[in-house]
Write a protein that binds this ligand. Structure first.
Ligand SMILES: [Zn+2]
Length: 237
C-alpha cells in the first residue's frame, strides 16, 4: 500500500469508504457517522450497541471539544463515572496523562524486541486495538507512516482526538469498532498491538482471527495482559 491514508472498508459490503465532513459512505450508499468529522463510528447502528448514557456523555464532550483541553476532557469523563472528591480527580487525571510516557516506554520496548526477533519493516502501518485515550499515539505516529486506533468507547476516542490535536499528530485514524470487526482491508498492517486489552475480550478467538487477517505476512502482533495471579490486582480474572 502506497497511499498516505489507510483505506477504510464498509462493514456491510466490503466497499471502500469515502470520508465526507460528517459521515463516511461507500459506493452502495451505506453510511457511517464521523464524530467530530474524524472518528469513524462503525458500531452506532448495530443492535444492542447503544449505551444511551455513554452517547449522552459523548455528545457533551463533543460540544466541549473545541474549547476544552485534553486534561479538562478527562475530568469531564471522570465526573461522569465517579463520585471522587476533587483532589482524587486530579490524581486520576495525572495518572492518565502519564500514560503517554508509560506507553512510550512500553511501545519502544516491544518494538525493539520485535525488530530483533523479526525482519520488521521500520515504517509502514500500525494498528492499536483498544487505544483508549490514545496514550501510545505520540510514539506510534512517529514510528509508523500510518496508524489506526480502534476502541469501543466513543468518549475515550474523543479524548484521544484531543490528544492528537495537542501533539499535532495527523497520521492517526480513529475508529469506534470492536476488535472482532475492524474496518480495514486484509493485510493492511505491519504491526498490531493490544496493551491491557485481551483480558476484556469475550471472543478471544474472533479477535485473533481478525488480527491474523489484518496483518501482512511476516508481521507482528504484540500484546500484554494482566497476570491473574498478581497479588496487587483486586479483580483477578
Ligand atoms: Zn457498503
Amino acid at each position: 500500500m502506497n497511499s498516505e491514508r489507510l483505506e477504510l472498508i464498509c462493514q456491510q459490503c466490503g466497499g471502500v469508504l469515502h470520508l465526507g465532513t460528517d459521515e463516511a459512505r461507500c459506493e452502495k450508499g451505506h453510511g457511517y457517522l464521523l464524530v467530530l468529522g474524524r472518528i469513524l463510528d462503525v458500531v452506532a447502528d448495530k443492535e444492542g450497541s447503544t449505551n444511551v448514557e455513554e452517547l449522552r456523555l459523548a455528545a457533551t464532550m463533543s460540544l466541549a471539544f473545541e474549547q476544552a483541553t485534553y486534561a479538562e476532557l478527562l475530568v469531564l469523563l471522570d465526573r461522569h463515572y465517579s463520585e471522587a472528591p476533587d483532589h482524587l480527580r486530579s490524581v486520576y487525571t495525572d495518572y492518565v496523562r502519564s500514560a503517554i510516557s508509560r506507553n512510550r516506554r512500553m511501545v519502544l520496548a516491544f518494538r525493539t524486541q520485535a525488530l530483533q526477533w523479526y525482519d520488521l519493516t521500520p515504517d509502514g502501518s500500525a494498528l492499536e486495538l483498544g487505544c483508549g485515550f490514545g496514550g501510545s499515539f505520540p510514539v506510534l505516529s512517529r514510528l509508523y507512516k500510518r496508524v489506526a486506533g480502534i476502541e469501543p468507547s466513543l468518549p475515550r476516542l474523543i479524548i484521544a482526538a484531543k490528544l492528537l490535536d495537542e501533539h499535532n499528530i495527523h497520521n492517526v485514524q480513529l475508529v469506534r469498532a470492536y476488535a472482532q470487526h475492524v474496518p480495514f482491508r486484509d493485510s493492511s498492517f505491519d504491526y498490531v498491538t493490544a496493551i491491557n486489552v485481551m483480558e476484556h475480550v469475550l471472543d478471544v478467538e474472533g479477535v485473533m482471527n481478525e488480527v491474523h487477517r489484518l496483518l501482512r505476512s511476516g508481521s507482528v502482533f504484540l500484546s500484554d495482559s494482566r497476570n491473574r495471579y498478581d497479588l496487587f490486582l483486586w479483580n483477578p480474572m
